[in-house]
Design a protein around this ligand. Structure first.
Ligand code: GLA
Length: 741
């Protein structure tokens, strides 16, 4: 890892372990241009790539045609309305109503380490783990300074980029668009990859050609959303799981976003990511600064699998914090699908007693324990224990659960307010809505206006009091409606455009406060399932509930889409009841266990009511979790086959960092009549090592044959057909240690 600046050719070169990223300063003009991003290069002699002197137009020699130059030049970070007709990264409106802005290089500095972003989640690393380049640019007319920041890491090929805008002019200016990163490069027959979904089917992988015009994904829902994801990749059309160029951007942010690729008239592409400009307008007073969130740029020459493992490495080492960062999580049982709102102390203790006898380690009390909430129509905001349900009080319940040797966790939804709540009756102006309009309800609730400090403090204090009242060791922080009707009773008219970003900052402030005040708490974020599964939230919670759909088969696609970017250690995954409450499908209990093993692992069912045969499997499943979780959490993940692609089976493996073992999960979704065995190639193993199937008893058809690592990778192994649908098996490969002479 290194960052250099060559004074002579005016090229910045950022070298990650396997990639180089180069930025050039154009002589005389001082425009900042993007020069190169890709495989690591040995030289920075690259100024010739900048296309400053080639037709059609040259800026310095022909000012008359300056717009044509600006409209083709690969800008490192763009201005607006001064010649570049492509959509750009920065837009402003001055008090006189003008929107022109153009940036020129002024200075730079390079230093060891990486600064935190004030009020925002961001990747981190010590002085020996990362280096940072800050390039300061300026619009000399507006006296608007823009600091572009790039951090690289010693252990992964990521570049963390962010942008800070400082108003050094004498009067306020409105920022109407401040994206966080831009990459202008030639299109090389790229395919674009984005993630799409809905409630209960989040993050389906979609691949399509980059074409002329603009293709974008985004969210204006006030959260990263079920529907689209703050991620895009563009890869060479021939790239595979193991080889070929892949570029990606992922936004470390949980509010509105846009990710866009525009292919220009000359075949170049402009990839950009940042806060969605819709409904965004930030008043920047003279002397004030605005910090745009971080974008992670990633390059892999080792195909999509390489990209995935780079992201996993980055997030495990440089984003996730806290006590549970590198630790196994307790196996939990959550009462939501077991009881919904219909529970009391007795019912919860029944579940806990049975669960503890089976080896389950934590009981989570979900929605319905506060106010007078017996369905989803009331009480959000009234964070007081409902003692007609929690008879004897919360402390009694938690103590009883602790006596069983189990931890206790609780569900909250701090960002919301029900119209039927004492909080709303006292403070109707604390809900986000537009005055003189009927506010739109969703799940019969409004979003609280957290931009107001008194609102944040009130809700936080109520929840903190509950957490202090008993030995609560886990919190599930939920968020069950998206933002609309944007209006704050607390913001001035010319600051209403700041609402969504301020709301996101407020969420971060509250979560930071929570994990600071309760450092031993295990926090799991959630949003109607997986609507806010993003790197921003991972900075606060080491795990996020992946989806409300816990059907083992649906989960194959949801978890594959999630694991495209995020480590398996972050994916909230449970064994749930059958017929599944979302799709009505019945799958074998062991299959549900194998699929949940790819995530945090837990149960979401009434353990007192499930069939005895299923219940009897739980102790073995818990033991399986303990046996494999270190490997699953810390190992390298390789996709082998995706059910969403082939419609018959799913297969992935996690390989230990020292390649001493691997766990292969194989799910035969549909059996096929009259079909021979299926060849599976298992990548990631050491070609020099010999492996054996440690759990050979589960593979009687194969037995304890020995294989070389390269044989498993390139020749593969034949998996026999299994009778029936929705069948799954694990294969644990362990290294055969050579006996020392
Ligand atoms: C959301 C969550 C569920 C559950 C319910 C409770 O939908 O995703 O897991 O907690 O809220 O209302």
């Amino acid at each position: 890892m290194n960052i250099t600046y060559n004074e002579k050719n005016r090229i910045f070169k950022l070298d990650t372990p396997h990639s180089s990223y180069c930025i050039g300063v154009v002589d005389e003009e001082n425009f900042l241009g993007h020069v190169y991003y890709g495989r690591r290069l040995s030289s920075d002699d690259l100024a010739y790539l900048m296309r400053t002197g080639e037709p059609p137009f040259v800026p310095s020699e022909n000012n008359r045609e300056r717009t044509a130059f600006l409209d083709t030049f690969p800008m490192e970070y763009t201005g607006h309305n001064l010649g570049d007709y492509r959509e750009g990264t920065l837009s402003v409106r001055t008090l006189s109503g003008h929107t022109g802005v153009s940036l020129f290089y002024v200075s730079h500095r390079i230093y060891d380490g990486k600064k935190a972003l004030e009020g925002l989640p961001a990747t981190f690393g010590g002085a020996d783990e990362c280096k940072t380049l800050e390039i300061t640019c300026e619009d000399p007319v507006l006296k608007l300074q823009v600091v572009l920041s790039y951090s690289i890491f010693a252990d992964t090929d990521a570049i963390a980029r962010s942008v800070r805008v400082i108003n050094n002019g004498g009067e306020a200016v409105y920022l109407t668009k401040v994206l966080s990163a831009c990459i202008d490069m030639d299109n090389d027959d790229y395919d674009m990859i984005t993630l799409h979904g809905s409630w209960a089917r989040e993050r389906a992988i979609q691949t399509y050609p980059v074409r002329k015009g603009k293709q974008s994904v985004g969210s204006v829902r006030g959260e990263s959303s079920h529907q689209e994801h703050p991620f895009m990749a563009w890869k060479s059309r021939t790239a595979t799981e193991e080889a070929g160029d892949v570029y990606a951007m992922n936004f470390v942010y949980s509010g509105n976003f846009i990710a866009q690729i525009e292919e220009s008239q000359f075949g170049s592409i402009r990839a950009m990511m940042g806060i969605h400009p819709e409904d965004f307008c930030w008043k920047l007073e003279s002397g004030a600064g605005f910090q745009a969130p971080e974008v992670i740029c990633m390059y892999s020459a080792n195909g999509l699998g390489g990209m995935t493992r780079n992201f996993h490495e980055l997030y495990r080492n440089h984003l996730i914090r806290g006590m549970y960062k590198d630790k196994k999580r307790p196996v939990l049982i959550n009462n939501w699908e077991a009881t919904y709102f219909d529970f009391d102390t007795d019912k919860l203790l029944d579940i806990a007693r049975e669960a503890s006898a089976l080896g389950i380690e934590m009981l989570v009390m979900d929605d319905g324990w506060f106010g007078h909430r017996n369905d989803d129509n009331s009480s959000l905001g009234d964070w007081f224990v409902n003692e007609s349900k929690i008879k004897g009080g919360l402390k009694f319940l938690v103590d009883e659960v602790n006596k069983l040797g189990m931890k206790f966790g609780i569900w909250v939804e701090p960002e919301m307010i029900s119209p039927d709540s004492d909080l709303y009756r006292e403070h109707p102006d604390w809900a986000i809505r537009i005055p003189d309009r009927v506010g739109s309800l969703c799940r019969n609730q409004y979003v609280l206006d957290l931009t107001r400090k008194e609102v944040r403090d009130c809700v936080y204090d109520r929840i903190a009091a509950v957490l202090r009242s008993a030995n609560i060791e886990y919190v599930k922080w939920d968020m069950n409606r998206q933002l609309s009707d944007l209006g704050s009773f607390g913001l001035a008219a010319d600051r209403q455009g700041e609402l969504v970003h301020r709301q996101t900052l407020a969420l971060y402030e509250m979560q930071e406060r929570l994990i600071t005040d309760f450092p031993e708490l295990l926090l799991e974020n959630c949003s109607g399932g997986g609507a806010r599964f993003d790197p921003g939230m991972l900075y606060y919670s080491p795990q996020i509930w992946c989806s409300d759909d816990a059907d083992a088969i649906e989960r194959l696609s949801i978890q594959a889409g999630t694991a495209l970017i995020y480590p398996l250690s972050t994916m909230g995954a449970h064994v749930s009841d059958c017929p599944n409450h979302t799709v009505g499908r019945t799958t074998p209990f062991d299959t549900r266990g194998y699929v949940a093993l790819a995530g945090t692992f837990g149960y979401e069912l009434d353990v007192t009511k499930i069939p005895e045969a299923d219940r009897n499997m739980i102790p073995d499943q818990v033991a399986m979790y303990h046996k494999y979780n270190d490997l699953v959490r810390q190992g390298d993940y390789y996709r082998i086959a995706r059910y969403a692609e082939n419609h018959f089976y799913d297969c992935y493996t996690v390989v230990a960092k020292d390649q001493s073992e691997a766990l292969v999960t194989y799910v035969q979704v549909l059996n096929r009549p009259n079909f021979h065995s299926r060849r599976i190639c298992i990548p990631g193993l050491d070609p020099e090592k010999t492996y054996v199937i440690e759990n050979a008893a589960d593979w009687p058809e194969i037995g304890q044959t020995e294989y070389r690592g390269d044989t498993l990778h390139y020749a593969g192994i034949n998996i026999p057909p299994i009778s029936g649908d929705f069948r799954a098996r694990l294969m644990h490969l362990t290294e055969v240690k050579q006996a020392h002479a």
